[in-house]
Ligand binder design. Sequence first.
Ligand SMILES: C[S@@+](CC[C@H](N)C(=O)[O-])C[C@H]1O[C@@H](n2cnc3c(N)ncnc32)[C@H](O)[C@@H]1O
Length: 212
Amino acid sequence: MITNEFWLDRWQTGRIGFHQEGVDPKLVEFWPTLPKNSRVLVPLCGKSNDMIWLAEQGYQVTGIELSSLAVIQFLSDNDLAYDTYQEGELKIHTVQDLSLRIVEGDYFQFTENNFDACYDRAAMVAMPNSKRANYVSHTLERLTPSATVLLISLQHDGDDQTPPFSIDEQAVISLWGDKIQKISSENLVQTMPRYKERGHTLFEESIWHIKP
Ligand SMILES: C[S@@+](CC[C@H](N)C(=O)[O-])C[C@H]1O[C@@H](n2cnc3c(N)ncnc32)[C@H](O)[C@@H]1O
């Protein structure tokens, strides 16, 4: 069972193979241009550098992350000065020189609304089946009716007990609604030897969009 403790333990023991050193190339390729100051939600953000890229495009970025270790590493790795305050169960870290906030705590306790966009990389696929629908509806409730979503999903033939979980096309559409459209897909087994070495014949990364 994937609990909050599972993730806290992954950070404690440094098992964070999902983290990427640079900015995700798919974000740079597929992120649509939005008006400056658009409010962008990054659920389950880890210490992703994608948030820096989004903030540098002129958006107001809010990442939400459970692990205090992830938050501390993100802020110190990027040399960011910040202020912290407590809001109920959540700790809000506001970066001083970038339009970026990291909310530390359980995403399901985060209830702010009216975000103009959402970027989901390795977030939906981190949620076990039992929590996935709840995760997506909680996310959609945070967004304006005309919000943009960029989602990166995975479909693979590997272990179905540990993340990242494989989610097929039909499941993505039934979770996010029929406004979601697949805009690109790549079987990483063909381009990245490590997936073949791990025994996969399919490790397909798909990019999805909800556009106003
Ligand atoms: C697979 S990682 C992806 C991180 C990030 N999106 C990235 O691309 O590197 C999933 C992250 O979600 C965090 N997480 C899991 N459950 C959470 C929850 N209920 N609330 C907030 N964060 C959570 C974990 O600590 C972990 O950092």
